[in-house]
Ligand binder design. Structure first.
Ligand code: GLU
Length: 447
């Protein structure tokens, strides 16, 4: 059997065994595409059911999350934690609170997380979790009660050496605070290293909040440098306006680029003068408002309710909202408008069809598992600080982050060259991540 046949046979089994989970299938297919070339050169990776084991989570936990809303009604949500792979370290990955969350989504995110975490070079395994709870429109006390109920069940499955959750969509510093408080109360121990993304006064790390967005921009800076250019003077379009997008914009501006558009689920804004970050932070972080409010203060900007943010001409595109947000049509428009680099701040925001077009057009493309790894890498730095009961300064932590992103870029780039596809960061990231995990799995035997 050729590597290709072996991989497609395993893929069929994965699809049949995980029916109705298209996002998970998509994430597996993307990695498998790169595996064919590895198996050709190193056929031993197909031995001992390694690829089959890699696709099957070590443990999948689904639980009931009952809570009472402000009107006194009992609500029931579903909680998930997929503990995917722990050969490199404790399971590590965020929690997503969004009505669209289901097991297939958590599995796709957990699968990606294994390779992303491997690429950071830090000792963290892969996992992911969340709930179909919708935080939109919920009061502060409803959010708190939900988080407490969620943690009441989750606490028995996590721990500093077992599984270390963090934030993702719908879970930020506020939620991590409620989750940590409940964990501490239930276990009667101050186990700082059980969650990351904590507040700065109680065990959190400097730069964690900024890390994913900063890291994406550092990765783009490295990609552009490899092409003999730089961010300075470039127009950048960034989808989303959450944590990742806001701090990607901040770093783009610090490096001399201009972020001209960003979005939320209600539409997008275009501000050709460069996004006013203080205003954006006030709307999104302080008021928890909608993006359309931006144009009420900033008269020169436009709000577009319908249509795609990728219609805005730019040099660099950073999809930082959610999965499959950048479609084939969007890719065509971006390429027509002369985009030179695309980096995924979100997890799997580019559809496979769009990715194909970027690759064919020679656009520098950074997949999420490389480009957005700065968030989880800084979580690992938070774990280091917690373990040594230390806390580092902002600039030092930011330097560590920049160095980690440079290393990830180097690793992806070298691997793409080694396998005869220089500049193919998708191939480089998939192979470099896979080889690291696979080698560790071999060392530990059939487990
Ligand atoms: N949710 C983030 C990610 O997708 C961060 C996870 C973490 O810090 O553990 O990588």
């Amino acid at each position: 059997m050729t590597g290709n046949e072996q991989v497609s046979k395993i893929y069929d089994v994965v699809v049949n065994r995980n029916a109705g989970e298209p996002l998970f299938h998509q994430a597996v297919a993307e990695v498998f595409e790169s595996l064919t070339v590895v198996l050709k050169r190193h056929p031993h990776y197909a031995n001992f059911g390694l690829i089959e084991r890699l696709c099957e989570p070590e443990r999948q936990i689904i639980f009931r999350v009952p809570w009472t809303d402000d009107a006194g009604n009992v609500r029931v949500n579903r909680g998930f934690r997929v503990q995917y792979n722990s050969v490199l370290g404790p399971y590590k990955g965020g929690l997503r609170f969004h009505p669209s969350v289901n097991l297939g989504m958590v599995k796709f995110l957990g699968f990606e997380q294994i390779f992303k975490n491997a690429l950071t070079g830090l000792p963290i395994g892969g996992g992911k979790g969340g709930s179909d709870f919708d935080p939109k429109g919920r009061s502060e006390s409803e959010i708190m009660r939900f988080c407490q109920s969620f943690m009441t069940e989750l606490q028995r499955h996590i721990g500093e050496y077992t599984d270390v959750p963090a934030g993702d969509i719908g879970v930020g510093g506020r939620e991590i605070g409620y989750l940590f408080g409940q964990y501490k109360r239930l276990t009667n121990s101050y186990e700082s290293g059980v969650l990351t993304g904590k507040g700065l006064t109680w065990g959190g790390s400097q730069v964690r909040k900024e890390a994913t967005g900063y890291g994406v921009t550092y990765f783009v800076a490295n990609m552009l440098e490899a092409k003999g250019t730089e961010i300075s003077g470039k127009k950048v379009v960034i989808s989303g306006s959450g944590n990742v997008a806001i701090y990607a914009i901040e770093k783009v501006h610090q490096l001399g680029g201009t972020a001209i558009a960003c979005s939320d689920s209600s539409g997008y804004i275009v501000d050709e003068d460069g996004i006013d970050l203080e205003l954006l932070k006030d709307i999104k972080e302080v008021q928890r408002g909608r993006i359309c409010e931006y144009v009420e203060t900033r008269k020169s900007a436009r709000f577009i309710e319908n249509g795609s943010i990728w219609d805005v001409p730019c040099d660099v595109a950073l999809p930082c909202a959610t999965q499959n947000e950048l479609t084939e049509q969007d890719a065509k428009t971006l390429i027509k408008n002369g985009v030179i680099a695309v980096a995924e701040g979100a997890n799997m925001p580019t559809t496979p069809e769009a990715l194909k077009l970027f690759r064919e057009a020679g656009v520098a493309f950074a997949p999420g598992k490389a480009a957005n790894a700065g968030g989880v890498a800084t979580s690992a730095l938070e774990m280091q600080q917690n373990a040594s009961r230390d806390s580092w300064h902002f600039d030092y932590t930011d330097e560590r982050l920049a160095a980690i992103m440079r290393d990830i870029h180097g690793r992806c780039s070298e691997t793409s060259e080694e396998f005869g596809k220089p500049g193919d960061y998708v191939l480089g990231a998939n192979i470099a991540g896979f080889v690291k995990v696979a080698d560790a799995m071999f060392s530990m035997g059939v487990i």
